[in-house]
Design a protein around this ligand. Structure first.
Ligand code: NI
Length: 136
């Protein structure tokens, strides 16, 4: 079959603090450094959503990119853009908002919205030099 990947690039800004509440302040500072700053800090996240599937012979699409864009906006951007991930979202109330965990949460939020025969991969840039992939 003509298995092909389509990729939608999106962007959001969020604040966060990396912190393990089961650890002492000293250990948190030692492990997370500046990212443990109690008053939070922000990132410009770049998100790449890759959808893999067969090209539909009738439309010529793997999936309609407008539909994909609308799903990402509704499920991810409206939820996380210009938010404090620790304080403003239920997803990270008890989950450390590392890029790894954010990527897994985004995967789960989007997967349930996609046709079951489509494969999904998430790439999330926290800085231009650091990104995570899920699944890898
Ligand atoms: Ni950070």
């Amino acid at each position: 079959m003509n298995k092909t990947a389509v990729v939608r690039c999106e962007h959001f800004n969020s604040a966060h603090r990396l912190h393990n509440k089961n650890w002492s302040d000293a250990k948190n500072k030692e492990v997370f450094g500046k990212c443990n700053n109690p008053n939070f800090h922000g990132h410009n996240y770049e998100l790449e959503v890759k959808v893999i599937g067969d090209i539909d012979p009738e439309t010529g699409y793997v999936m309609d990119m407008k539909v994909l864009s609308d799903i990402i906006k509704a499920k991810v951007l409206d939820r996380f853009d210009h938010k404090n991930l620790n304080l403003d979202t239920v997803e990270f109330r008890d989950l450390n908002p590392t890029a790894e965990n954010i990527a897994v949460i985004i995967f789960n939020l989007l997967k349930s919205e996609l046709n079951a025969n489509l494969e999904l991969k998430i790439k999330l840039y926290e800085t231009p030099r650091n990104y995570v992939e899920y699944p890898y």
